[in-house]
Design a protein around this ligand. Sequence first.
Ligand SMILES: Nc1ncnc2c1ncn2[C@@H]1O[C@H](COP(=O)(O)OP(=O)(O)O)[C@@H](O)[C@H]1O
Ligand SMILES: [Mg+2]
Length: 265
Amino acid sequence: MNVAFARRPAVLTVEADDAFVTLDGVTKVFGNGKRSTTALENVSLELNQGEFVCILGASGCGKSTLLSLIAGLDKVTSGTIHIADGRPAVMFQEPALLPWLTVRRNVELPMRIHGTDTDARNQRVNHLLSMVGLIDFADHRPHQLSGGMRQRCALARALAQESELLLMDEPFAALDALTRDQLHDDLNRIWQETGKTIIFVTHNVREAVRLGDRVVLMTPRPGRVAQMWDVEITRPRELDSFEVSGLAHEITMRLRAGAVSNGAE
Ligand SMILES: Nc1ncnc2c1ncn2[C@@H]1O[C@H](COP(=O)(O)OP(=O)(O)O)[C@@H](O)[C@H]1O
Ligand SMILES: [Mg+2]
């Protein structure tokens, strides 16, 4: 059986030269004094280019904060974040599409902002819409789409930014199970086709195991890295497969044991 669940130490030892994204001792405190909240504490993490890393943790453990810091939307309190290649593209739970623009126009927006010429833009948008399965809906407006289709559109728009790093914050959490399952398959394929580096945040253990090369489990607030797993299950993976269920069970047990609240091992 082609399955291996390898444990990693909480802090990786990849050579700094090889890392695509490096977080070193990242701490984030909101507010000051008695009313302050430490959302993240001493988070260190390294990602290689092309890696698909899932950040897993309970609600409120600092996952969105972590993504905002990596995206450059907020500043660390202490520690450093280094990204080898420019500014990442971000995708959230809410697709945040512009309702008055068609699917095509929404997707091409980053390219218009970038000043890409019309021919190149049309070619690229057609390619992206085909990739996410929306080419037949190019002239629809967001309100004419299902929730899953809106997220496909948001994914195409994120890919249109030509960023090598894609940050995804619980992008499928509001979708029904069947739609989510299809999007998992498609995201897996798109990741393999494009070679992007993906950081995918979720509170869903199986989703993390289904998608990630690596699962990083966070402690409850303040968020710290509790444990990491390399997921070497053959792709494409199925949510209900023996292998995915097995590792998801192991991670869930780790979560339940409460050991994650003690931080790094
Ligand atoms: N802008 C903010 N100001 C104050 N507290 C915040 C802010 N953003 C997040 N927090 C707090 O930081 C903690 C982590 O939040 P968040 O990153 O949204 O968690 P998650 O995405 O894992 O659910 C929570 O306690 C939250 O209330
Ligand atoms: Mg969040």
